[in-house]
Design a protein around this ligand. Structure first.
Ligand code: OXD
Ligand code: MN
Length: 599
């Protein structure tokens, strides 16, 4: 951590003229008291925590129980992504389409410049050079974030590959994402998350929440990257990446898209049921949130995880739901907006709803207020988060850092749907699979501000993350088919279907392995399926139920298609068709017609 007091550039860690000119401009605009050039080392992060503890940004947790762990509380008006304040800024609206908020780029720059002016007075500007993607990967991208938040600086050093590696990859070039972030006065009326894809630039103002402020994640690795991917012929997707190793050593890799807070991290770290473990099955994690995918010279789809850490939802994480996540967060982790539990020795423990521990007699809730069991509120915010380095994950895949990525065998789309959508179905082909993904719907959760529990269409789980026109995004998916010789098979799953009594029809968690096995076997041409209006589906006897406590009849119910419900579903899909009107790609219209005629 090099500190520069005067010009801000005297301690610069690079001589790259493009970087220096841009930082000069940002310093002149934001007027920080101090500029700190960060190198991403462990010692530096430790120093940030120490400093944060004296400034009240962090609270050190009891180090016996939580070694290397710190607590942060964000502003109570700033605890989730704010999609209505997120903009794609371009000269004309057609570039961003009907699913994004648009601002004219010049107007956006002008508006935000006034907000940034002097916003870092009395504060420190941290210069964070980072790489998204394994070093040396053909897709790895350099970003530089300038921020006045110590929390963001420490979190980015967990979530990305930060430091000299970025300066080295960048050299004297101009190919980096310019990320400017200021907390401002954390006022929702002055909060803007603006993306300028044509300038490879992100300006985020007025929020310290991860998805709005850790600019390498949703802003760069999804919105800007999806735009670059379309230009350059690859894909940036809201997908986890996992390895599935069979007892004979055969290894397959799967990419899966789920809307926010649908159990993506749990699925990416799944522990197979006892029987499978005994047989030698193993699941490994490449990533839990984002995948960048390209077709290699042989026409094989390959993927990397651009991130180096996990920013996961805490409530509901426990040794039953996700032991590997519990191990990942056992050390060197930042906890945001969970409950703090004061201990007798003056140190702090933490607690959250649906954890492994009984509720404490007394705690301080996510808003800093006193909390007791029976209090009429949550102790931890439902979207409270952990920020943990991926190296902590006991089942991290050995290829997680491989620049060549991993070959993808299957792509899974899943949503949280209490009705209508069966447990698993397979698309007839790539084009049908794209239609399936585009029609993905899910009941909303706490990861984004807004009403919870209503079905919203979330194409490829990318609705809030497509950095350009959804029409062109869908066409890009169709076009990717031409680059592949044997494309991954595409599936839809629904772990969340409920029966008439309101009970889940499928146990989920580790038992999802049974569905995953059918998916892999289907993809490799060795499992049976029957044709249905929705796609290929396993017969009940094709899903392994040994030791599950469910009958074939239960599976048949979880798989059942009710034609009336399906009709209602198709009517509700109409919403996206109408919204896109003349912009809907013809492949989508044909697929819809085919679905109707199959019924
Ligand atoms: C996330 C999200 O934080 O999707 O990953 O909201
Ligand atoms: Mn996500």
């Amino acid at each position: 951590m090099a500190i520069a007091l005067n010009s801000g550039l005297s301690e610069a860690a690079t001589s790259n003229p493009h970087v220096l000119a841009w930082i000069r401009e940002c310093i002149d605009l934001c007027q920080p008291d101090k500029v700190v050039w960060c190198n991403g080392s462990k010692e530096e992060r430790q120093a940030m925590f120490e400093q944060g503890c004296t400034q009240g940004v962090f609270i050190r947790l009891n180090q016996q129980k939580w070694p290397g762990c710190y607590y942060h509380r964000s502003n109570s008006n700033d605890v989730a992504r704010t999609e209505h304040l997120t903009f794609i800024c371009t000269p004309n609206q057609d570039l961003v389409g009907v699913t994004n908020n648009w601002m004219n780029d010049k107007a956006a720059y002008a508006k935000l410049r006034e907000l940034y002016r002097g916003s870092m007075k009395g504060r420190t500007m941290y210069v964070l050079p980072f790489i998204m993607g394994p070093l040396g990967s053909p897709l790895a991208k350099v970003g530089i974030e300038l921020t006045d938040s110590l929390y963001v600086a420490a979190s980015m050093s967990i979530m990305t590959r930060m430091g000299d590696v970025a300066w080295k990859q960048l050299g004297q070039g101009d190919e980096f994402t310019r990320c400017l972030h200021s907390l401002g006065d954390v006022n929702p009326d002055r909060r803007y998350i603006c993306h300028f894809p044509l300038d490879n630039t992100i300006w985020s103002f007025g929020s310290g929440y991860g998805g709005n402020a850790l600019l390498g994640k949703k802003c760069l690795a999804l919105r800007i990257a999806s735009f670059l991917g379309r230009q350059q012929g690859w894909m940036a997707e809201h997908m986890l990446l996992m390895g599935v190793q069979a007892p004979d050593g055969e290894k397959s890799y799967v990419a899966a898209a789920f809307p926010s807070a649908c159990g993506k991290t749990n699925f990416a770290m799944l522990i197979p049921p006892e029987k499978y473990l005994k047989q030698g099955w193993k699941i490994t994690t490449i990533g839990d949130d984002i995948a960048w995918m390209w077709a290699d010279e042989k026409g094989q789809l390959r993927a990397i995880n651009p991130e180096a850490g996990y920013f996961g939802v805490v409530p509901g994480t426990n040794m039953r739901s996700n032991p590997n996540a519990m191990k990942s967060i056992a050390k060197d982790t930042i906890f945001t907006n969970v409950a703090l539990v004061p201990l007798e020795d003056g140190t702090y423990d933490i607690w959250w709803e649906d954890s492994d521990w009984p509720a404490p007699a007394k705690a301080i809730d996510w808003q800093g207020k006193e909390w007791k069991p029976g209090s009429n509120s949550k102790a931890a915010h439902p979207n409270s988060r952990f920020t943990a380095p991926m190296v902590n994950n006991p089942v991290l895949d050995p290829l997680a850092n491989d620049p060549a990525g991993v070959p993808i065998t299957a792509i899974i789309f899943g949503g949280r749907r209490s009705k209508t959508i069966p447990l698993v179905s397979q698309a007839f082909n790539w084009i049908h699979g794209v239609f399936m993904g585009a029609m993905l719907g899910s009941e909303t959760t706490a990861a984004a501000t807004g009403q919870v529990g209503v079905v919203r269409r979330d194409p490829m789980a990318m609705l809030p993350f497509i950095g350009y026109n959804i029409r062109d995004y869908l066409v890009h998916w169709f076009k990717m088919r031409k680059k592949m010789v044997d494309p991954p098979r595409i599936f839809t799953v629904n772990w969340f279907r409920k029966n008439d009594q309101g009970q889940f029809m499928w146990p989920g968690f580790g038992e999802n392995m049974r569905v995953l096995k059918w998916i892999i076997d289907r993809s490799l041409g060795r499992a049976y399926a029957m044709e249905t209006p929705l796609g290929w589906m396993p017969r009940p006897q094709d899903i392994d139920i040994e030791g599950l406590g469910m009958s074939e009849k239960d599976i048949a119910e979880a798989q059942s298609i009710n034609l009336d419900d399906l009709k209602a579903e198709i009517m509700s899909q109409e919403e996206l068709f109408l919204k896109m009107a003349g912009d809907m790609p013809k492949e989508m219209i044909f697929q819809r017609e085919l679905l109707v005629s199959r019924m």
